[in-house]
Every structure is written in structure tokens, then in C-alpha cells.
Design a protein around this ligand. Sequence first.
Ligand code: CA
Ligand code: CA
Length: 422
Amino acid sequence: MPELKQLEFAPATRRLALFFIFVIGGALLLLSACEPSQPTGSTDGGSGSSSSSATGGGADPAPGDTTPGDDKQPDGPAPPGMVWVPGGEFAMGGDDDKARADEKPIHQVRVSGFWMDVTEVTNAQFRKFGEETQYVTISEKGLDRQASTSRLRPGVPPPSDQDLAPGSLVFRPPPGVTVRNHNQWWQFDPGANWQKPTGKGSDIKGKDDHPALHISWVDAHAYCNWAGKRLPTEAEWERAARGGKDQLPYIWGKEKYPKGKHMANIWQGNFPQENLEVDGYVHSAPVKSFPPNDFGLYDMAGNVWEWTSDFYHPDFYQVQKVMGVTVNPLGPAAGFDPRYVQNRRLRPDAPQYVMRGGSFLSADSYSTGYRPSRRMKAAPQETLMDLGFRCVMTRQKWEAIKGKGPAPSTNKSTLKQDADGK
Ligand SMILES: [Ca+2]
Ligand SMILES: [Ca+2]
């Protein structure tokens, strides 16, 4: 993940932003609460098909209202490859010495119980999706010129051929680069995509059980839609990651190395030059290589960053705090990132979505991205060497699937294969 330096607002800009948040943002939140804003995934500007569904039931909608008793796992079988994340109230965000401004303040959130993929979506699962739908990812096909141009704000120059070309960002720090040169260790490689994670000449042979990499938000949304699932909200993701351990620095507890054990695939050594590989992996690890959290979920810290369905706004938690305990928050109704104001190199035409959990590139000497409250963001078309995802499913959706009775064998087969990554 590009650990892009968070730029601070100038005081006047910050006051203006806070005004926007509390006055206008409040109205947007009300609208958001009235009308679930599960995005449509129409921002790819491409032609990838995601119309078919592994479950035959279409996409899972946004989280429903809290149902009494939903902290208990529903009776009957779980969806293949998923575990129940019990509903409940938890403290969202962080305020310790490692916490960034956008992780504060800690605020109380209640989410309904839901099903979540036990692991990050693997290469084998993503391949199955492509075979059944002929879906092609953004890093493989590039961006559509007409769609990309139609989104531009007035005065913004149209994208160049290079802006629209296939490819993705690969982590290649040049010799001597330091953490101060955060723009230099990511290199756009026109041959990089989920099947060629480090560019031309690379492949994923023998890596069926590794997480799929170079996955954009649009691609992730299409996969979840096909699987009859959806991306988790940011609140659902943090609820799930903490596994019931509120306000602890790590998803497994207080100690970084309990009994000397490595608990996640992250970075050891002097980032970005020296990866000591003490945890056994310099790149992605097979899913389930490290212990699960208390909800039975693997790699909620490290391995790859995971997309959520929420727009990013640096001051969103301040709004949440004044609203008291919020229930199933869906994120801000619109994305906003101050970098767009101050850094014109970044794409000016797209809001950003939140990603969570850190990756094999998360180092204590730099971002500590694997902390459960750490927030990162990217535009929906952006892809990176350490960016993947997993999906969730509502209780209601699974009940509806089961309620259909015995599913056609092809559907059952697809779900089983999805779960097992075969
Ligand atoms: Ca590692
Ligand atoms: Ca992860």
C-alpha cells in the first residue's frame, strides 16, 4: 500500500472543512441513513461483466437494522467459507501514540451480526470468478477513456494515454530511498496485474491459496456482487478485526509478539530498504498462515489491505462521535480527501474508499498499517501490489439463499469452490 503521507489542513481550510462536516455533512448523513448507499460499482468505465451471481440471488444489500439477538450465530449451517461476526457495540477508532488524526476520536458503534469470509479472497477464488463471468480487472484492461473523461471536474486536464493504460503499482524502492521519499518506492508497471503480481515475467503458479493482489475497489465490488455478497462497511470490518477485543493495540491483544510468536504477515526491518523476513514472508503469504482472531477470521492484520464499501473522509469520526452510538454506519455520503486540494498529482476525478488491515509492507518504522484502527484510502480504480479484499453477507441474505431449498448443483458447487479456494 502506498503509505502516502497525510497532509495537514491549513487552519482556515480545516475550519472550513469542519463547517462542511458538521453542518452540511449532518444533512448528508441523514440522507445516508435513510437510503443505504451501497455503491453501484459503475465507476470502472470498462466493460467487465459482473451480472451473473454465484448464488443466483444477486448482490447482498447494505446492512439491515439491528435485530435483537443478532449477537448469536443463527441456527443451521454457515455459508461456505464464512464465519459469523456477532452483532454488538464496540469502540471504533484509536487514540494511542500511534493513532493518526483520522482514527480519532474513539466513538461507539453498533453493528448487526453478519457473515464474513474467513480469509482474504484467494487467487483460486478470483480465477473462478473470471472464468464464469469473463470479468477482466482494471489492471489488466486499463481505464475507459470516455468514462474517465466524463467524470472530470471543470478545468481538470483529460487523462493521458499513460493514465489509462493497463498495469498496476509495484513496490520497488530504489537504492538509498528513505521513508521521506514515499512517492519513490511505488513504480507503475504496465505488465502488473493479479496474475503477474510483480510485472512481466512473474506469475502466480503455486499460489492458489495466496490472496489476489492488484484488485481495485471496482473489481472487488464486482466479485462480491457475483458471489451474492458485498464489501464490508468500515465499521463491520473493524468490528470483525477486533474479534471482541476493544481498544487494544493489536487484534490479538496487548503484546506484539505473544510468547515470541509472529501473529501476522507484516514487515520486519528498516522500511523500505530492509525486509528481514522474520515472519517467513517478504511478499504475500498463503491465507491462514497465521493464527485467526477470536472470531475465527484470518489475516485481519497484515498480508493484504482489504477494501471496505465506505467512502473516506478524514473527519468522519468527529461526526460519528457527536451522534452518540451509531447503528450500522455506512460511512459519509461523499468522499473527501484533502490531498486532492494540495496534491494535484493524484487523480482529481474520483472519491476515495477506505481500506483496512495493513499488509506485508506494513512496518512499525513507518505506518503500522496493521493496527485495527488504521485507515488508508484509494480511488476505486487504483490497484496496488498489496491490495486485496474479502466479502461479507447479511444474515437475511443467507436465509434467503437457504430458503430456496436445495440449490442447483452448479450454485452449490460454486459456493463450495469459492469457500475452499479450489
Ligand atoms: Ca512479512
Ligand atoms: Ca488482510
